[in-house]
Design a protein around this ligand. Structure first.
Ligand code: IPM
Ligand code: MG
Length: 355
C-alpha cells in the first residue's frame, strides 16, 4: 500500500499524526505500508509558493491512496485566489479525477447526547451522502469578477453538469444504495435551475439499471429542512458539488460533531483521497485539543474502498467505538460524566484499543 500523507494546515498535522500512529500499529502487525509525506494548501504555499506544487503532484499521482488533514488559514485569505489553500484542494480533486465523494453521517450511540437534536430524532442515524466533487458551479466556466455592459462590477459563476458526469456519480450512488437499504434520494433544484432539471432527468434514466433501488427526488431547500426534521427517512443521498457541500455540513451536526465525520473521494478505479469532513480549525491549531477521530475513521474508509480490506476497516472502526464506550472524549464531544482527553490522548486510546 503506497499512501501519500498530506498533513495540510491548522489542526491538520496534529490529527494526521494520530492517524499515522494507527497506521504504524497496523504496520507493526504486518501490513505492508509505505508512506510519503508531502505538503498541500498553505503549507505547500509556504514551501513552494503554490498550494498544489509539482513535488506534491508527482507523489499523489503515483500513490494508491492519500490521507489528508485539512487546508486553509486566515494568513492565506489575502493571497491571490489561485494561490489560496482551498485552490490546492480543488486542484488535487480535479487533477486526480476524484469525482465521487462519500460522506457518511453515522451516529455512535455513545454520542446521542452530543447532538443538538433530540436523541430520539437521531438515534440509529446512518446516512450516506454521495456528493459529486469535480463539476458544478465549483469548476464551471465562465467565472470571475468583471465590469458588466452597464459599467457595474459583478461576480459570476456557472453551474454546469455534462451527461457523463451525472451518469457516473449516479452509478456510484445506486451501487452504494444496493449495498445498504436500497433507498436513494437525488437532491436538486429542478424547479428553478435547468442544470439540475437535467441532473434529475439523467438520474431517472440511470435508475432503469437499478430496479431494486427505490429512487426519490427532493428539492435542496426541502432536503435541508427534512435533514433536521426527520433525518432517519434518508438512506443514501446523491447530489451535486455545491448542494453536497452544504448538506454534508448540516448532516454532520446530526451526529454530534463534525469532528467525527470521515470522507472518501474516489476516482473511477477506487483510488482515493481520504480526509475528515471538517476544516483546518485555525482557532484551536497547535493546542492538541482537536478531535482526531474523523481522520482515523477516514483511514478506515481507505482500507475499505481503495484496498478492499474490510477486515482492517472494521478493526479501526471497532477501536474507535471502544474508546467512545470507555468514555474518552475530546473537547468537541465532551459531556459531564465522560473523560476529557487531548488530541494525542485520543490517539493513545485508539492505538491501545487496537492492541
Ligand atoms: C469541503 C470543503 C471544501 C469544499 C473547501 C475547503 C474548498 O468545504 O471539502 O467540503 O467546498 O469542497
Ligand atoms: Mg464543505
Amino acid at each position: 500500500m503506497k499512501i501519500a500523507i498530506l498533513p495540510g494546515d491548522g489542526i491538520g498535522p496534529e490529527i494526521v499524526a494520530q492517524a499515522v500512529r494507527v497506521l504504524e500499529k497496523l504496520k507493526a502487525d504486518g501490513l505492508a505500508v509505505e508512506t510519503v509525506t508531502v505538503p498541500l494548501g498553505g503549507a505547500a504555499y509556504d514551501q513552494y509558493g503554490e498550494p498544489y506544487p509539482e513535488a506534491t503532484r508527482d507523489v499523489v499521482r503515483t500513490a494508491d491512496a492519500i490521507l489528508l488533514g485539512a487546508v486553509g488559514g486566515p494568513q492565506y485569505d489575502t493571497l491571490p485566489r489561485d494561490k489560496r489553500p482551498e485552490r490546492g484542494l480543488l486542484a488535487i480533486r480535479k487533477d486526480l479525477g476524484l469525482f465521487g465523494n462519500l460522506r457518511p453521517a453515522m451516529l455512535y450511540p455513545e454520542l446521542a447526547g452530543a447532538s443538538t437534536l433530540k436523541p430520539e430524532v437521531v438515534a440509529g442515524l446512518d446516512i450516506m451522502i454521495v456528493r459529486e466533487l469535480t463539476g458544478d458551479i465549483y469548476f464551471g466556466q465562465p467565472r470571475g469578477i468583471h465590469v458588466n455592459d452597464a459599467g457595474e462590477r459583478e461576480g459570476f459563476n456557472t453551474m454546469r453538469y455534462s451527461e457523463s458526469e451525472i451518469r457516473r456519480i449516479a452509478k456510484v450512488a445506486f451501487e452504494i444504495a444496493q449495498k445498504r437499504n436500497k433507498k436513494l434520494c437525488s437532491v436538486d433544484k429542478a424547479n428553478v435551475l435547468e442544470c439540475t432539471e437535467f441532473w434529475k432527468e439523467i438520474v431517472i434514466d440511470v435508475a432503469k439499471q437499478y430496479p431494486d433501488v427505490e429512487l426519490s427526488h427532493m428539492y435542496v431547500d426541502n432536503a435541508a429542512m427534512q435533514l433536521v426534521r426527520n433525518p432517519k427517512q434518508f438512506d443514501v443521498i446523491v447530489t451535486g458539488n455545491i448542494f453536497g457541500d452544504i448538506l454534508s455540513d448540516e448532516a454532520s451536526m446530526l451526529t454530534g460533531s463534525i469532528g467525527m465525520l470521515p470522507s472518501a473521494s474516489l476516482d473511477a478505479n477506487n483510488k482515493g483521497l481520504y480526509e475528515p469532513c471538517h476544516g483546518s480549525a485555525p482557532d484551536i491549531a497547535g493546542k492538541n485539543v482537536a478531535n482526531p477521530l474523523a481522520t482515523i475513521l477516514s483511514l478506515a474508509m481507505m482500507m475499505r474502498y481503495t484496498f478492499a480490506r474490510e477486515d482492517i476497516a472494521k478493526r479501526i472502526e471497532t477501536a474507535v467505538q471502544t474508546v467512545l464506550r470507555q468514555g474518552y472524549r475530546t473537547a468537541d464531544i465532551y459531556e459531564a460524566g465522560t473523560q476529557k482527553v487531548s488530541c494525542s490522548g485520543m490517539g493513545d486510546a485508539v492505538v491501545a484499543a487496537l492492541a
